[in-house]
Design a protein around this ligand. Structure first.
Ligand code: ARG
Length: 458
């Protein structure tokens, strides 16, 4: 018990069980031990505990760490309110009264927020690694599919031909933006709240900069009241996770479409698909569906913390304990989703010629023909109208673009010549693209080398 003095009775068992967060904040074990080690060093440095006492505390904390890692010590949520009280109690059991000095100048309010910031900094490192390796996997597949032509869509209607590589590179871009958001989060979590006490600092000469540096923070927070009330860095993290997960969910959705009998563009390996208990022919993209499905949870978690915080007066309120379950859950779902998608993509088989024949008979090059007319001097609206009329004609005659003769085209505009016909070939359509950022294979190749070089630098 951390506060015995002014109480006549101990907390009701049901109330303890109801309020304990130990089963969740046990996740902060490593950070909590580290923060205590550094705090004790600081107490020793400023002369509030002796060298021997500090040594005793450090050894006790190390023993708890060993006991925890070996499974010898499993704190019970029916006994302790949270990880901080569980560790302090165990320390008291191991080293006796000296343990009571560890909490000098410290409150669980600054302790928990310090732990959480350290945890997020660690999580960000992992996330960045995972994103990077997913980007690298996408680049490997892109390299092999620079000339794999697929329809590009708007409104899920065929719009213009693109390549599979170009499509995947769009995701590489999104993932890069995700990384930037996580770097921002890292920066937002880089101020140490330790030494803020419960809300108003301390009359003890705590060396905040010492603990901040030792814990790997860039600096100390500047307002004790804000330090213990602030959960913005968690929201920033969950915002980055939400946007990242939204990207994965969009890709998962595309994967589901691509693997359908209608698309038949991609095959996922057996290892990442499931069968049906009833229909023998089925091969279902469950992993992708779960990523799409779990993104709902992640967005919900973000909103749940926003909602928890919105009416809280400064400073700490117990409501804030509810920040951890959504934080940890979102992190694990997102990390696992990144890892599983990386594995799925590593093994996919792309049906490279899937669309060549189909696109030949479609009107997917209509924009290119209109642009060709512009190059011959026609005003764009007129060019657009002319091609529209050609398409109407084709539909009435049940013909495709490529089946039209030059004479037929000239009926619509005498400007048409044999060069126009070359603009109707799907195979060479991408090569005609001129603009930076287009799916021209030469540019896509350059983009791929750009990314490979950038990612190899870490
Ligand atoms: N378990 C608490 C939390 O996560 C730690 C802080 C408790 N502070 C307090 N004054 N009860 O929010």
């Amino acid at each position: 018990m951390l506060w015995g003095g002014r109480f006549k009775e101990k907390l009701d068992n049901d109330a303890l069980r109801f309020s304990s967060s130990l089963h969740i904040d046990i996740e902060l074990f490593d950070e909590d031990i580290l923060v205590s080690q550094v705090h004790s060093e600081m107490l020793c440095k400023i002369g509030l505990i002796t060298k021997q006492e500090q040594k005793k505390i450090i050894n006790g904390l190390l023993q708890i760490k060993n006991e925890f890692q070996s499974g010898q010590w499993k704190p019970n949520p029916n006994e302790y309110e949270d990880i901080h009280s569980a560790i302090e109690s165990r320390l008291t059991e191991i080293i006796g009264e000296t343990a009571g000095k560890l909490h000098t100048g410290r409150s669980r309010n600054d302790q928990v927020v310090t732990d959480a910031k350290l945890w997020i900094k660690k999580a960000v490192k992992e996330v960045l690694k995972n994103i990077r390796s997913f980007q690298q996997t996408l680049l490997e597949i892109s390299e092999k599919n620079i000339e794999t032509i697929i329809p590009g869509y708007t409104h899920l209607q065929r719009a213009q031909p693109i390549s599979f590589a170009f499509h995947l590179l769009a995701y590489v871009e999104m993932l890069e933006r995700d990384k930037k958001r996580f770097l921002f989060v890292e920066n937002e979590s880089n101020q140490s709240p330790l030494g803020s006490g419960a809300l108003a600092g301390s009359i003890l000469p705590l060396d905040r900069n010492f603990t901040a540096k030792k814990l790997g923070f860039k600096e100390s927070t500047k307002n004790a009241l804000d330090s213990v009330s602030d959960r913005d860095f968690i929201l920033d993290f969950l915002n980055a996770v939400s946007i990242g997960m939204m990207h994965l969910s969009r890709l998962a959705e595309e994967l589901i479409l691509w693997t359908s009998s209608e698309w038949q563009l991609v095959k996922i390996s057996d290892q990442f698909t499931t069968g049906s208990s009833l229909m023998p022919q089925k091969k279902n993209p469950d992993m992708a569906e779960l990523i799409r499905g779990r993104s709902g949870k992640i967005f919900g978690n973000y909103v749940s913390i926003l909602t928890t915080l919105k009416g809280l007066p400064l400073s700490y309120n117990r409501d804030m304990q509810e920040d951890k379950a959504p934080l940890f859950e979102s992190y694990y779902i997102y990390s696992e989703s990144l890892q599983i998608l990386t594995k799925i993509f590593r093994d996919i088989v792309v049906n490279k010629n899937r669309f060549i024949d189909q696109l030949k008979d479609s009107f997917i090059l209509a924009t290119d023909i209109a642009d060709w007319l512009v190059l011959q001097g026609l005003q764009f609206r007129e060019a657009h109208h002319t091609v529209g009329k050609i398409i109407k004609y084709c539909e009435e005659k049940n013909k495709s673009f490529t089946q039209l003769t030059l004479l037929e085209l000239q009926e619509f505009n005498v400007i048409f010549n044999s060069e126009a016909l070359t603009y109707l070939t799907i195979e060479t359509s991408l090569k005609r693209k001129k603009t930076f950022g287009s799916p021209n294979p030469v540019l896509v190749k350059k983009q791929i080398s750009y990314w490979k070089k950038k990612l190899s630098k870490g």
